[in-house]
Ligand binder design. Structure first.
Ligand code: KG4
Ligand code: ZN
Length: 328
């Protein structure tokens, strides 16, 4: 079974081909045009997707040594994401459907992230907890089976990756700033006693809040007269990163205690963070699994794998644009 995956929900244009569950080709084009604006500019994202989607598709077919006739199924992200960006992928997939008589299914981007861990860890058994931490989402799901998800908790304001990007902007890093903050944080031996508060969300439960943390960093920088000193920047990065990690770890430990589930999938762009990976492994042990960095951030291989599972479980659905919402 050959599946073509298409992902255009935000600022990565990606096309991939899976041979059953094996990656035959996976190309990811990261749009760097947004870096100077401190965040994704939707209209620019749509235009960049439009110019890249066809050349990328031709390139993955060439990488895999295949033609369009070899494709059995097309899986395209149709929710959630930027409306204009999603439309490019959906339109392209529907074009393949009508031009080449292929089966096309819509995929929820968050289901794709959850599946991303199974590309490299196919033996991770259900049920498991999925901590989805990206620029747009921060949530813990109880994954009962493929396609059966219960949201146990989520952020009430900013996503964890969004907090990294906003704090990065305060510190003068280009967007996206997660990787730069991690690298800066690693340069500081310790935080010299600097701590930032971990928000308590009311009512108590497995929820997260990161907007207050970003404000706390801003006040600290203003109060201390931050003027770009590299040592001070590293210490702030370490203290900020520690607060994010503690919040995610506390939420995950509570979810694990409440459900009795120890198998964990750490997915989404923030799952690239080495300190977060180490902290979760320290707390939950070797039952924490995560994809390699290239498969943590947005990519079409994870969308194709979700499509493959949907095909096998008779759960295909026509793509339908739905910019908002989570995962049901
Ligand atoms: O999953 P993703 O590619 O896109 C969304 O679906 O949002 O995640 C991108 C996010 C950005 O906010 C970026 O700053 C963050 O992932 N990120 C990181 C790291 N690498 C990427 N955050 C913390 N540490 C990293 N090493
Ligand atoms: Zn994503």
């Amino acid at each position: 079974m050959i599946t073509l995956g298409i992902e255009t929900s935000c600022d990565e244009t990606s096309v991939a081909i899976l041979n059953n569950t094996e990656i035959a080709a996976n190309r990811i084009f990261t749009q760097e045009i947004h870096s100077e604006f401190g965040g994704v500019v939707p209209e620019m994202a749509s235009r960049a997707h439009l110019s890249k989607i066809e050349p990328l598709s031709n390139a993955v077919l060439a990488d895999a040594g295949m033609g369009i006739d070899d494709i059995d199924l097309v899986a395209v992200t149709d929710r959630p994401g930027l409306a204009g960006a999603l439309l490019v992928g959906i339109g392209f997939a529907l074009g393949i459907q009508s031009g080449h008589k292929k089966i096309v299914t819509g995929i929820n981007h968050l289901e794709g992230h959850i599946c991303s861990v199974l590309l490299e860890h196919p033996h991770l058994s259900f049920p498991f907890l999925a901590l989805v931490v990206s620029g747009g989402h921060t949530a813990i799901y109880h994954v009962k089976h493929f396609g059966d998800y219960e949201c146990l908790g989520q952020t009430v304001d900013d996503a964890a990756g969004e907090a990294f990007d906003k704090v990065g902007k305060l510190l003068g890093f280009p967007y996206p700033a997660g990787r730069a903050i991690e690298q800066e944080a690693a340069r500081a031996a310790d935080t010299g006693g600097l701590t930032f508060p971990i928000a308590r969300v009311s009512p108590p439960g497995i929820n997260f809040s990161f907007s207050g943390l970003k404000t706390a960093v801003r006040y600290h920088l203003e109060k201390s007269g931050f003027a770009g000193d590299p040592e001070q920047r590293s210490v702030v990065c370490k203290a900020f990163q520690t607060a994010v990690i503690e919040s995610l770890r506390n939420g995950l430990l509570t979810a694990s205690e409440e459900t009795g589930i120890r198998n964990v999938a750490l997915v989404g762009g923030v799952a690239c963070n080495g300190a977060l990976r180490v902290a979760l492994k320290e707390s939950l042990g070797e039952t924490v699994f995560y994809p390699s960095p290239r498969l943590c951030t947005d990519n079409a291989a994870m969308i194709a794998l979700a499509g493959y599972f949907r095909f096998n479980k008779n759960m295909l659905r026509p793509p339908r644009l739905q910019p908002g919402g989570g995962l049901k």
